[in-house]
Design a protein around this ligand. Structure first.
Ligand code: C2O
Ligand code: CU
Length: 626
C-alpha cells in the first residue's frame, strides 16, 4: 500500500463521525418520558397521544442511528429536529398551540416537561459539537466509558423522575360522584334554595386584577379583601359573580350550609366560571354568625392573591341591640409575606366608653413556614369568646389576655365592653415566614385614647375551648351512637402525583382523588376521628355544607360549652373526635384548609347516596378546586 493510500485511509476514517453514546442516552431518556406521557395525553386529546408515540419512536430511532451509523448529517438532523421539539414545547407553554383541546391556551409545566426538555437541550449541545467537529478521534473503550459516565448517570435519573411523573398525571376528568346508569340519583345541580318570600339581599362581586402597593392582586369589586357582605338571619342572599380575571374562578361560602349547587367548588358543584362569565349564587342565610367567602378554584393561589371577603349573618333581632359589630378579616397582603387586617396594617375601629363591641375575627391567611395558627390577643378590656366559627358558645366566662388559636379558615367572635378611658387592641397577629425576615404584624385599635400597656404575647396562656363555657344538652354530642364512622389519619411523604415528584399530604395514606368518599344517607349521624401522629403539622380540617360538633380531644370529652365548628385544628400528636348530622344532601368537600396541603392530597368528599354530579375535576375541564 502506498503512503498516499494510507494517508487517504486515515483521512477517510477521521471524517466518519464517532457515535456519541451520551447524546444517544439523553435522547432515549426523553423518548421514555414521551412514551410514559402518551396514555395521559391520549385521554386528554387524541392528536396529542399520537404525537407523543411518534415522537418517542422517532427519538428511539435517532438514538439507535447515532450509535450504529453516526454521521455529520445525522447529527445535524438530530440537532434541528430536537430544537424543533423544544421550540414546539416552549410555544405550548407560553402562547399555546393552535391544535389543542383548548387552542392558544398555554399549558402548565410539570416535572416530566422539565426533565424531557433538559435531556433534549443537553443532547442538542452534544449534537452541535459533533456537527462542528465531525472528525473527532476514535478513543479507547475506557475513555468512551468515562466520557459517557455523566450522561449514563444523569439520563436514567432524570428519565426515572420524568417517567414517574408522566405515569401519574393530573387526572383529565375525575368525577367525585358519577351518574350510574340504572341507579336512581339526582344531579346536584337540582339542589338549590327553595322558592320563598324571604327578604332579598342582592350583591354583585366582580373579580378582576388590580395593583395594590405595586403588587398584582386579584380582587372582588376592586378591593382586598372584597366588600363585607352583611345580611340578616332569614334573608335570601343572591350574589352574582362576574369574572373579569384572566383565569376561571368561583366563590365558596365558607361555613354557611348552602344548598349543594351553590357551594362554589369548581369540579364538584359547578364548572369554574370562565373569564368573561358570570354565575349567580343564591341561598337562605338561616344561621347567624361570622363567615367568609373565597374562591374555590385554584384556591391555593387565588386566596393569597386576594379573592377573600367577610360575610356576616346578623341575628334577627340585631338592629334592636346597640352593639358595635365589626368583622375583622386577617388575610395575606398579595405579593408579599405580610398579613393585613381588612386591607391595612393598622386598622382603627370606632367605639366609645361603655360600648359593647363584637369583634368577628376570621383567619383567612395562609400560615407561615412554621404552620402555626394565628393567635390573636385582645388587650385593654376583659372579654368573652362569644362564638367559634360563627356558632355561639354557651355561658362563656370572661377572660384576660390569652392567645386564641385560629387555624386558617377559623373564626372567633370576641365580645367586650369598652373601658371608661383608653383604647382596646388586638395584637398577636403574627405570621412567621423566615426567621431573618419576619414581616411586621398588623394591629387593630378599637376606640380612642391611650393604648393599653403592651404585653409579651408569647408568654400568654392559650385559650382552650375544650373546657370553656357552660355545659348544655346537645343532640349530636349526646347521641353517643353514630351510623357512620371514619378514622382519618393525617400523614404525608414524597411521591409522584399530578405529574410531579412532590411532597404529598395524605388522609389515611391516600391522596385525592383516590381517597374513598365517606358515604352517607340523609338523617344519619356521622362521627370522624382525625388523628395526627406526627411531630409537626397543624391541619385545620374543614367540612363543607355541615357543622361539626366537637366530641373529644385526645379521648377526653369537652367539659364546657358544646362547640360547633366547620373547621377543627389538629395539632401534632392530637386526636379529635367530631360528629355531624347528615342533613344537607349533596357532594361535599372535606379538606385541610392549608390549601397547599389540600392541593397536595388532603382532600376528599362526603357523598350522599342518590346524588351525582355532572362536573369533573382535572386537566380537561380545567376545574382545580384547591
Ligand atoms: Cu374555606 Cu373548602 O374552604
Ligand atoms: Cu394540612
Amino acid at each position: 500500500m502506498s503512503l498516499i493510500g494510507e494517508a487517504e485511509m486515515v483521512h477517510r476514517k477521521s471524517t466518519r463521525s464517532v457515535p456519541s453514546y451520551s447524546a444517544a442516552l439523553l435522547t432515549l431518556g426523553a423518548a421514555a418520558i414521551h412514551f410514559a406521557a402518551a396514555p395521559g395525553h391520549f385521554s386528554e386529546y387524541l392528536p396529542y397521544g399520537i404525537f407523543f408515540i411518534l415522537l418517542g419512536a422517532a427519538q428511539v430511532a435517532l438514538a439507535v442511528g447515532l450509535i450504529v451509523k453516526p454521521s455529520r448529517r445525522l447529527y445535524a438532523l438530530a440537532l434541528l429536529g430536537t430544537l424543533a421539539v423544544i421550540g414546539l414545547w416552549l410555544m405550548s407553554r407560553t402562547t399555546g398551540l393552535p391544535i389543542a383541546p383548548r387552542p392558544w391556551r398555554p399549558e402548565e409545566i410539570a416535572f416530566p416537561d422539565f426533565a424531557a426538555t433538559l435531556l433534549e437541550a443537553i443532547a442538542c449541545v452534544l449534537f452541535a459539537c459533533r456537527v462542528r467537529r465531525p472528525s473527532a478521534r476514535r478513543r479507547g473503550v475506557v475513555r468512551v466509558v468515562l466520557r459517557t459516565l455523566p450522561a449514563g448517570l444523569f439520563a436514567p435519573l432524570l428519565a426515572f423522575g420524568g417517567v414517574g411523573g408522566a405515569l401519574t398525571p393530573m387526572p383529565a376528568a375525575f368525577n367525585a360522584a358519577p351518574f350510574v346508569a340504572g341507579q336512581t340519583s339526582i344531579s346536584l345541580v337540582n339542589l338549590v334554595a327553595p322558592d320563598g318570600t324571604q327578604p332579598l339581599k342582592e350583591f354583585t362581586l366582580t373579580a378582576s386584577q388590580i395593583t395594590v402597593g405595586g403588587h398584582k392582586a386579584w380582587a372582588y369589586n376592586g378591593t382586598v379583601p372584597g366588600p363585607e357582605l352583611r345580611v340578616e338571619q332569614g334573608d335570601r342572599v343572591r350574589v352574582t359573580l362576574v369574572n373579569h380575571l384572566p383565569d376561571a374562578t368561583s366563590i365558596h361560602w365558607h361555613g354557611i350550609n348552602v344548598p349543594d349547587a351553590m357551594d362554589g367548588v369548581a369540579g364538584i358543584t359547578q364548572n369554574a366560571v370562565p373569564p368573561g362569565g358570570t354565575f349567580t349564587y343564591e341561598f337562605i342565610a338561616d344561621q347567624a354568625g361570622t363567615y367568609w367567602y373565597h374562591s374555590h378554584q385554584d384556591a391555593m393561589n387565588q386566596i393569597p392573591d386576594g379573592l377573600v371577603g367577610s360575610i356576616v349573618v346578623e341575628p334577627k333581632d340585631a338592629s334592636k341591640s346597640r352593639i358595635r359589630d365589626y368583622s375583622v378579616l386577617v388575610h395575606a397582603q398579595p405579593g408579599s409575606d405580610a398579613i393585613e387586617v381588612n386591607g391595612t396594617s393598622s386598622l382603627r375601629l370606632d367605639a366609645g366608653p361603655g360600648d359593647t363591641v363584637r369583634l368577628r375575627i376570621t383567619n383567612g391567611a395562609v400560615p407561615g413556614l412554621d404552620l402555626s395558627p394565628l393567635t390573636p390577643v385582645l388587650v385593654g378590656a376583659p372579654y368573652v369568646v362569644a362564638a367559634l366559627d360563627g356558632h355561639d358558645l354557651n355561658g362563656p366566662q370572661e377572660l384576660g389576655p390569652e392567645r386564641i388559636p385560629l387555624g386558617m379558615g377559623q373564626r372567633a367572635d370576641l365580645m367586650f365592653t369598652m373601658p371608661e378611658t383608653g383604647a382596646v387592641r388586638l395584637l398577636g397577629l403574627k405570621r412567621v415566614m423566615f426567621p431573618w425576615n419576619s414581616p411586621s404584624t398588623p394591629v387593630v385599635t378599637i376606640g380612642d385614647g391611650p393604648a393599653p400597656a403592651s404585653v409579651n404575647v408569647a408568654s400568654l396562656p392559650r385559650f382552650d375551648f375544650t373546657r370553656y363555657g357552660t355545659p348544655a344538652p346537645d343532640a349530636v354530642a349526646d347521641a353517643g351512637q353514630y351510623d357512620v364512622t371514619r378514622e382519618i389519619i393525617l400523614g404525608g411523604g414524597i411521591a409522584f402525583r399530578n405529574g410531579n415528584v412532590d411532597f404529598t399530604d395524605t388522609f389515611s395514606g391516600k391522596t385525592s382523588p383516590n381517597i374513598p368518599p365517606i358515604r352517607v344517607r340523609e338523617g344519619q349521624l356521622v362521627r370522624l376521628r382525625v388523628v395526627n401522629r406526627g411531630d409537626h403539622g397543624l391541619h385545620p380540617i374543614h367540612i363543607h355544607g355541615h357543622v361539626f360538633t366537637v366530641l373529644a380531644k385526645n379521648g377526653h370529652p369537652l367539659t364546657g360549652s358544646p362547640v360547633h365548628t366547620d373547621t377543627v385544628l389538629v395539632g401534632p400528636h392530637e386526636t379529635w373526635d367530631v360528629a355531624f348530622k347528615a342533613d344537607n344532601p349533596g357532594i361535599w368537600m372535606l379538606h385541610c384548609h392549608i390549601l397547599e396541603h389540600a392541593a397536595a392530597g388532603m382532600s376528599m368528599t362526603i357523598n350522599y347516596d342518590g346524588v351525582s354530579t355532572p362536573f369533573t375535576m382535572g386537566s380537561r375541564s380545567g376545574n382545580v378546586p384547591e
